[in-house]
Design a protein around this ligand. Structure first.
Ligand SMILES: *Cc1c(COP(=O)(O)O)cnc(C)c1O
Length: 321
């Protein structure tokens, strides 16, 4: 289908490479290294920020306001991206203990971000808190632009629609067709973008997400809502079929950001066998869920299928454990 993508800034180091891992349970496993999108900008969020920051620039924003956990990869990427385009960043970060300036939060601090720390109780009103901060900037004659958690909104979705189209190009170059594209689902924008790509190009791949927070039901609603909004930005009068949204539940474990010994053991084993670091909050949980689902033959695919897992980043968590 023909459509015109919204404009974006070029911030990420693209295209990111695709590597082959060892086969698993008679399936071919590939990883798209979106942890290579940059160093300071590393991970999936920069692809979404390319679209949101274009919009922020158009609106002559001076400061970006966003939110996440203390160790938010999204918050760190937002600050780095803000600096690249001459803006400031104000982070509203959630946690119930004293923040430790390690990992992502150390980078945020070194980049000179402004911080507002809130408790998880207060975070229920995070939208209002961000709006109040924006109003304070307005009083100082500064224009604020609010980016939602994970940059997962209708405009942010174009980051992974763009990535999907990049994958189609790489399939030609590599002479491979991917039957499955799989990713972590944290706030839903990565998954939504891939789903939109598959919908618009009618490639009939299975897009399989593994949620690391909430429930799959929650994300089916969220993903269909923001994907449909993206379709309307494109002027396409269609809706995503909820049946196509395949999000595997059951791998959240002890909860968002919490790990079990088994999960950490899996991450350690795959690091030692493949030389690739998957983080415990997102990619480690998700690829473990993918491998377990392959073993249990739950994906409804033939053996020898080509499965592409998107490595969405999380490297700095290693330095905050
Ligand atoms: C944010 C994040 C995700 C989740 O992506 P969403 O688009 O928010 O669902 C996955 N992996 C890492 C490393 C992340 O930082």
């Amino acid at each position: 289908m023909n459509y015109k993508m919204p404009d974006r800034l070029k911030l990420a180091n693209l295209p990111t490479p695709i590597e082959k891992l060892k086969p698993h349970h008679n399936q071919n496993i590939y990883v798209k290294r979106d942890d290579y999108t940059g160093i300071e900008l590393s991970g999936n969020k920069v692809r979404k920020l390319e679209y949101l920051l274009y919009d922020a620039k158009e609106k002559a924003a001076d400061v970006l306001i966003t939110t996440g956990a203390y160790q938010s990869n999204h918050a760190r990427a937002t600050v780095a991206a803000a600096l690249k385009v001459g803006m400031k960043a104000h982070l509203v970060l959630t946690g119930d203990v004293e923040p430790k300036f390690t990992g992502n939060l150390l980078l945020d601090q070194k980049f000179g971000a402004e911080f507002t720390f809130i408790s998880s109780e207060e975070s229920k009103n995070v939208e209002q808190i961000m709006q109040d901060i924006a109003d304070d900037y307005t009083k100082k004659s500064l224009k604020a632009y609010i980016i939602p958690m994970g940059a997962s909104n209708a405009l942010g979705n174009f980051g992974y629609l763009n990535a999907f189209n990049e994958i189609l190009q790489q399939e030609k170059e590599l002479g491979i067709k991917f039957d499955v594209i799989s990713c972590t689902v944290g706030s839903g924008g990565t998954y939504s973008g891939l789903l939109l790509g598959n919908h618009l190009s009618k490639t009939n791949k299975k897009i399989i997400g593994i949620n690391v927070s909430q429930t799959s039901q929650y994300f089916v609603e969220r993903v269909s809502q923001i994907s449909n909004e993206s379709l309307s930005i494109l002027g396409i009068d269609e809706n995503i079929n909820k049946q196509d949204i395949k999000i595997i539940d059951g791998f959240v474990g002890r909860g968002y950001g919490l790990s079990t010994a088994e999960e950490l053991d899996f991450i350690d084993k795959i690091l030692k066998s493949e030389g690739v670091y998957f983080d415990p909050v997102y990619t480690g949980k998700a690829i473990r869920g993918l491998y377990k689902s392959i073993e249990a033959e739950k994906l409804d695919i033939n053996s020898n299928s080509n499965i592409l897992f998107i490595h969405t980043g999380g490297f700095f968590k290693l330095f905050a454990e």
